[in-house]
Design a binder for this molecule. Structure first.
Ligand SMILES: Cc1ncc(COP(=O)(O)O)c(C=O)c1O
Length: 378
């Protein structure tokens, strides 16, 4: 038996030979070409119900860097130097803020949803009044955030918001529209091959404000607001035509992928008594893998437990442990707030296997192996 944590399943390029031949014949390989334009239009209509617009990027890290830079451009860096974000996130969130010249200010998460804790955020906003340049909440593991609250928070304190929605393609807040729909700030998603929307390397910036999107598009093309003339800060975030082709192909079976993974998640929830699961917010969560908290009494033995699973060919991880404030570089470069819940969740978290072609029997095997390993430890 071999059940890896992830079995990436991007669209097969070998089945897209006609489309690849057409790209070759067109002579257009990048620079917001026709395949990319089609992909952006399809994303906007199929996932976001035609509300707002989409800009592809070559990965979500670059997308976050662009989006953060866009909102801090007119801010005095001497005064506003912090990017408020959770410590329970991937390194990319903090790295993007650091590249923009900001210091990540790390807030705690909610005990049940594992998304940024509203009280912790508001406490830090009060404590660092006038010093926060941007709020960068992470929609943890594809769980939905209350974006109306962030909109209100942004208006009340005059602080822009950029959403890290790396795992949220396929997650819906209300009805069938993707999480993020209608938000005026930038919402950044990843299409890395390990994500539910698996391509190879790609990302997406969504926002409902066409002016912001147009500006981000220019920034993503070296800041060229006029032909070959930089009129604003920029970098190269463009997605290649082949990357866009992979995205279009993924879109074709994406609904099935998300629904199937959701069904696997339900099996996990019923197969692992004594574990705690993330409380879902919204009408649907897209699962990249299955996150769960070990029963408290066994958390100290997580390493031994994962080793026992590995002996049986089962891959499991522990995203996000260590959390940001526990990692050497971020210890030097970030400012932690009170992270009590983050510490507890990170101490108990395990990430269990999930993939498009994982079977119900395989979920059962993982649950059985995990229960047996726990039984042997206690
Ligand atoms: C929370 C978070 N933010 C950002 C990223 C970066 O995404 P990408 O790999 O597309 O750069 C990831 C990737 O896993 C992530 O988990």
């Amino acid at each position: 038996m071999r059940i890896p944590l992830l079995r990436p399943k991007p669209p097969q390029l070998s089945r897209l030979v006609d489309q690849l031949t057409a790209i070759e014949a067109s002579g257009v390989f990048s620079n917001y070409g026709p395949v990319n334009s089609r992909f952006e239009a399809e994303l906007a209509s199929q996932l976001f119900g035609g509300v707002g617009g989409c800009l592809t990027v070559n990965n979500a890290t670059i997308g976050l860097m662009l989006a953060i830079k866009e909102v801090i451009e007119d801010i005095d860096p001497g005064k506003r130097r912090y990017a408020l974000m959770p410590s329970f996130t991937f390194a990319a969130t903090a790295q993007a803020a650091l590249w923009a010249g900001l210091v990540p200010l790390l807030c705690d998460i909610d005990q049940e949803t594992w998304t940024p804790c509203a009280r912790s955020e508001e406490r830090l906003i009060r404590e660092y009044a006038g010093q926060i340049a941007v709020i960068v909440p992470y929609a943890t593991f594809g769980n939905c955030l209350d974006l109306e609250r962030y909109d209100a928070l942004s208006t009340k304190h005059g602080i822009p918001v950029v959403i890290d929605a790396a795992a949220s393609l396929g997650s819906n807040y209300i009805g069938a529209r993707n999480f993020g729909t209608g938000f005026r700030g930038a919402v950044v998603y990843s299409m890395h091959v390990t994500k539910t929307f698996a391509t190879a390397e790609a990302g997406l910036i969504y926002c409902s404000d066409p002016e912001r999107l147009a500006k981000l598009r220019i920034m993503g093309n070296f800041g060229f607001g006029k032909p070959r003339t930089a009129t604003m800060p920029g970098l190269n975030s463009k997605l290649s035509e082949i990357g866009a082709l992979l995205g279009l192909a993924k879109l074709a079976d994406f609904e099935e992928v998300v629904a199937y993974r959701s069904a696997l998640a339900s099996l996990y929830r019923s197969g692992l008594e004594g574990f705690e699961f993330q409380r879902s917010v919204g009408s649907r969560v897209a699962y990249q893998f299955m996150p769960a908290l070990l029963p408290e009494r066994c958390a100290d033995q997580r390493e031994a437990l994962l080793a026992k699973l590995a002996e049986q060919g089962i891959g499991a991880g522990q995203y996000f442990s260590p959390h940001l404030a526990e990692q050497p570089y971020f210890k030097r470069s970030c400012l932690p707030g009170d992270l009590r819940v983050t510490g507890e969740v990170a101490h108990r978290i395990v990430s269990l296997p999930m993939s498009d072609n994982m079977t119900a029997d395989e979920v059962d095997c993982v649950c059985t192996a995990l229960r047996a390993a726990l039984g042997a430890l206690t």
